[in-house]
Every structure is written in structure tokens, then in C-alpha cells.
Design a protein around this ligand. Structure first.
Ligand SMILES: C[C@H](O)[C@H](O)[C@H]1CNC2=NC(N)=NC(=O)C2=N1
Length: 97
């Protein structure tokens, strides 16, 4: 299936306005979240993995003890696409705000 194209700087900025827990630019979307424990953070990653597999779109994940750093970028497009904005929205439904 064709993947959506990368977005312009204005399109990424507009998308981020609807995602207040995320920062970033055309090189990637970023969210850091602290969970209650290492296990809770691993479980959050597993829940994110289920969404990522469903979407066939995968986050870059960095876990330090119970702090989870997420980066969303469309590697095939070398930029941020609509899939990254959608994945960010789906991740926000899973994580504590
Ligand atoms: C074959 C498969 O659809 C691709 O390799 C997908 C998998 N997940 C992906 N995830 C992300 N973030 N970027 C991609 O370009 C990408 N490509």
C-alpha cells in the first residue's frame, strides 16, 4: 500500500497544535512520558506495539528506567507524514496525560 507523503513545515506545525503533549518539526515528533514503574513502561510499549502493528507504522522507542521517549518519523519518506500524526493521537489514548 502506498505510504502518505511527508508533510510541509506548516502542515507539521498545524498537526502539532492538536497534539499539545508532542513537540517537534519535520524531522520528527517527540513525546516523553514518565510511567509509575519500569514494568508499567514496558507494558505501555507493548500497548503501543499493538497499535503500531495494526497501522504498520512504528515509533522509535527509548526507555530509561520508567521514562519513555518516543519519536515518530516516517522513515520511508524521510520526514513526518499523516501516519505520524495519527500514531501520536493513538498513543495519547494509551498513555497517562
Ligand atoms: C514494509 C513496511 O510497510 C515498512 O517497512 C514500514 C514499517 N513501519 C514503518 N514505520 C515508520 N515509522 N516508518 C516507515 O517508513 C515504516 N515502514
Amino acid at each position: 500500500m502506498p505510504r502518505p507523503p511527508r508533510l510541509s513545515p506548516d502542515e507539521v506545525a498545524a498537526g502539532l497544535r492538536a497534539l499539545p503533549l508532542w513537540s517537534g518539526d519535520v524531522t520528527g515528533l517527540h513525546r516523553t512520558v514518565q510511567l509509575s514503574s519500569f514494568r508499567a513502561a514496558v507494558e505501555a510499549i507493548v500497548a503501543i506495539a499493538d497499535v503500531a502493528e495494526e497501522m504498520d507504522h512504528h515509533p522509535d522507542v527509548d526507555l530509561r528506567w520508567r521514562t519513555l521517549h518516543l519519536t515518530l518519523v516516517s522513515h520511508s519518506e524521510d520526514g513526518v507524514s499523516a501516519l505520524d500524526l495519527e500514531l501520536a493521537r493513538r498513543i495519547d489514548e494509551l498513555l497517562p496525560g
